[in-house]
Design a protein around this ligand. Sequence first.
Ligand SMILES: *[C@@H]1O[C@H](CO)[C@@H](O)[C@H](O)[C@H]1NC(C)=O
Ligand SMILES: *[C@@H]1O[C@H](CO)[C@@H](O)[C@H](O)[C@H]1NC(C)=O
Ligand SMILES: *[C@@H]1O[C@H](CO)[C@@H](O)[C@H](O)[C@H]1NC(C)=O
Length: 318
Amino acid sequence: MRHFALGSIFLLASAQLGLAEIISVFVGGTALRFEPQSVTAQVGDIIRFSFRQKNHTVTQSSFEAPCQALPNGFNSGFVPVAADKTTDFQTAELLVRDTNPIWAYCRQGTHCTSGMVFAVNPGTQFPAFQAAATQGTPGSSRPPTASSTTSAPVPTGSSTNHLVTVGGPGILAFSPTNLLAQPGDTITFQFRQKNHTVTASSFESPCADLSASGQSGWDSGFKPVGDGTTDFPTYILKVNDSKPIWAYCKQGTHCSSAGMVFAANTDEKSSKNFAAFQALAKGSGSTTGYPPSQSSAAWRPSPSMAYFLGLFAVAFLL
Ligand SMILES: *[C@@H]1O[C@H](CO)[C@@H](O)[C@H](O)[C@H]1NC(C)=O
Ligand SMILES: *[C@@H]1O[C@H](CO)[C@@H](O)[C@H](O)[C@H]1NC(C)=O
Ligand SMILES: *[C@@H]1O[C@H](CO)[C@@H](O)[C@H](O)[C@H]1NC(C)=O
């Protein structure tokens, strides 16, 4: 399934005026709704969706067709959550790249037509958007500030760009940690605070540079990012085939101690799944990457945040 596509990684200048906020939104749980149902966000803010009970999605739509996925829009995919789950809820993040409204819904069954819709910066248009969802009729008027820019298709037509943030204040992790991508897609790694890399490795040696073993690897190099920075450096990786992609952060013990690894296109049903890869990284204890026995993987089922959102920005984007 397609994960969230995103737009250009350039933040507008206004993002530099203040620190980005993380805005939490619950998806489902006790009711078939987003909570809150709409938010006001600044450019650079991150909407963090926390998936609660049942089986929901966060999928980008449009004001005119609230319950229809926008072509090339973001989509978390279905996130089933067991009724008795109380912790470790899966999250997905959406980076707000401009001040245009962003419209979204849950794709599950009749959730949208029951009113399970969500908006970022809807102005006064949220009630009309929700009414259009439940009545199945397009909104009577397009909000004046909604431009087609939020749905700007990626230049290549069908490929998707996946945004992955690297590090951040107090964070030694990639987010999301793993994802699915199609050949032709790109993955944009956006480097946050401290000084990280994203470097190709292998399942067997999670914390070792693949190119050091004579195979063809790739490496962003170190990307130091200061505390006050909002203009984050990036590294764009092209996805050439559907084989798994394994990677890690080369800095110090980020990989071997913190399990700072990333993967794409893993077979989660096989023994080479993301949790096993991360467990091998943490068990490796060194950067030489000798894998410990497979059994260590079983102790650490790490919740993989396989879903993330990006968002289209004005006039370009992936
Ligand atoms: C979640 O919903 C989707 C779409 O209805 C369905 O295909 C999938 O099997 C569901 N997953 C679970 C675990 O119920
Ligand atoms: C980033 O980390 C690398 C490797 O540890 C180091 O060589 C480099 O000097 C660091 N850069 C900054 C600005 O701290
Ligand atoms: C895909 O091919 C390009 C060009 O050869 C290369 O730079 C890139 O690293 C490859 N991607 C992966 C995931 O190996």
